[in-house]
Write a protein that binds this ligand. Structure first.
Ligand SMILES: Nc1ncnc2c1ncn2[C@@H]1O[C@H](COP(=O)(O)OP(=O)(O)OP(=O)(O)O)[C@@H](O)[C@H]1O
Ligand SMILES: [Mg+2]
Length: 304
């Protein structure tokens, strides 16, 4: 299987001073769902804009389907579709018109454009409102119009920058199914998300990006194994959270403290908690815990 997107030592600065991407190297395989994770400002959208040929790299190379984003931008644009983070459909036009005319503009015959518009508006649960102007739709519906446009192209590579932001739980899972379906049909999907459940559910592989650097790339299991703590222990009701630091990194969550620790640490801490009368809950670490450790959360500081 080839590479859908390959970046090599990619650097980007907008102002010639501050580096937003600092040597980002990653490969997205053809046909996979790949999630780019990172805190606000980590450089995800910048990476996507470069891969979509909307922005030039300052240094390094990016290839999409084997072609260079600068030398072969036109070739690449015909084979990709993008849902930008700030993308909003025009208020005066309907979902049907958005999808249909977008496909026509990309050179699709009218009958095929009409067939695809129906199929994807249905799939994104927009069929009932297909003739309502977007200005009269809810925010989540408008978001789905953009995704329907991109999906309906059946482009080889889809870039979805936070596609499920603002969607209700049911629409979100519908979107997840559509993203998986695109991948099962052989298309590559690159998404960004802050929703770790989403990343775990839909992606074959993820990268965590921290301040412009890729800190880890792999399957969710591989990312989790990069973290030395297998358990998390939530503790409530202790007088002094300082003593939790002995077991591993600690983070305050509301009025609880979450400790990441090893199996023996979890056992020991659970015993201590029972003796002292603290409320305690032990579970396996999740992708979210791994993310907070690897994406630059200062866990030790927050407990102080
Ligand atoms: N057009 C621009 N001009 C100058 N700086 C920019 C521009 N776009 C983004 N930046 C800066 O680049 C950095 C990375 O921004 P980017 O939008 O890539 O982050 P992100 O990972 O997508 O964050 P979020 O999760 O909030 O969407 C930020 O510090 C941002 O301020
Ligand atoms: Mg962004």
């Amino acid at each position: 299987m080839g590479a859908a997107v390959e970046s090599e030592d990619l650097w980007k600065t907008y102002d010639g001073q501050n580096w937003v991407l600092k040597g980002a190297t990653l490969t997205v395989n053809e046909g996979e769902v790949f999630a780019l994770l990172g805190r606000n400002g980590a450089g995800k959208t910048t990476f996507i804009r470069i891969a979509c040929t909307l922005l030039k790299p300052s240094r390094g190379t990016v290839r999409v389907l084997g072609r260079d984003v600068i030398a072969d931008a036109g070739w690449i644009r015909r084979r990709i579709a993008v849902v930008p983070q700030e993308g909003r459909p025009s208020n005066l036009s309907t979902p049907w018109a958005h999808v249909y005319y977008y496909l026509i503009a990309r050179g699709m015959p009218r009958s095929e454009a009409a067939r695809r518009a129906s199929e994807y508006l249905e799939a994104m649960e927009l069929w009932e409102v297909k003739d309502v102007i977007c200005g009269n739709l809810s925010g989540g519906m408008r978001q789905r119009v953009y995704v329907a446009m991109a999906m309906a192209t059946e482009a080889d590579v889809l870039f979805l920058d936070e596609p499920t932001i603002g969607l209700d739980p049911i629409s979100k899972t519908t979107m997840w199914s559509q993203i998986r379906r695109a991948s099962e049909e052989g298309r590559t999907v690159i998404v960004t998300t802050h929703n770790m459940e989403e990343a775990e559910t839909i992606s074959d592989r993820v990268s965590i990006i921290n301040a412009g650097r890729i800190v880890v790339t792999g399957s969710v299991e591989e990312v989790m194994s990069a973290v030395e703590y297998d358990y998390r222990v939530d503790v409530e009701g202790m007088a002094d959270p300082q003593e939790l630091n002995a077991y591993g990194p600690v983070r305050r969550i509301g009025d609880r403290f979450r400790v990441l620790t090893t199996a023996s640490g979890a056992r020991e801490l659970a015993e201590v908690a029972v003796e002292r009368g603290w409320r305690v809950n032990v579970s396996k670490t999740s992708l979210e815990d791994a993310f907070i450790l690897l994406a630059g959360g200062h866990v030790e500081d927050e407990a102080r």
